[in-house]
Design a protein around this ligand. Structure first.
Ligand code: FES
Length: 133
């Protein structure tokens, strides 16, 4: 094989390999397993003064031993729900879904209640809630 032929074959095979990699990358990256990302919302002792506390898209409900964390994200299409202290309900401003204080669906287009989030009570009295993003 002459030098010129070798270089032509080497160039064309390199271009084919680069093209195949460019085509395969999106498909392979789509098929790979992706880990869910989480973030932590920490309620310090000063953030736990009321029965209903809100911080960064999380409602912390209750005091003492009975504490639950609910996501403020509406399970219909993801708007943030507001707590209405007069009715003691969570109300979505987007399409009108309503949830009771435990997060159970009362009415609206949503099909289920608010998501309960795992929480950890820390030794310093703060509470850490994990939120999937
Ligand atoms: S997003 Fe809340 S009711 Fe539609």
């Amino acid at each position: 094989m002459k030098r010129r032929e070798f270089l032509k074959k080497w160039m064309s095979s390199t271009l084919y390999a680069a093209g195949a990699a460019a085509l395969a990358y999106p498909a392979l990256s789509f098929m790979t397993f992706r880990r869910a990302k989480t973030r932590e919302v920490v309620f310090g002792q000063n953030d736990q003064g009321a029965d209903i506390n809100h911080k960064e898209g999380v409602y912390l409900i209750g005091t003492g031993d009975k504490i639950r964390a609910l996501s403020a994200k509406c399970t219909h299409l993801g708007c943030l729900v507001n707590y209405n202290p007069l009715t003691r309900r969570f109300e979505c401003p987007c399409h009108g879904s309503v949830y009771d204080i435990t997060g159970k669906k009362l009415k609206g287009p949503t099909t289920r209640g608010l998501d309960e989030l795992p929480l950890t009570k820390n030794s310093d009295g703060s509470i850490t809630v994990k939120v999937e993003i």
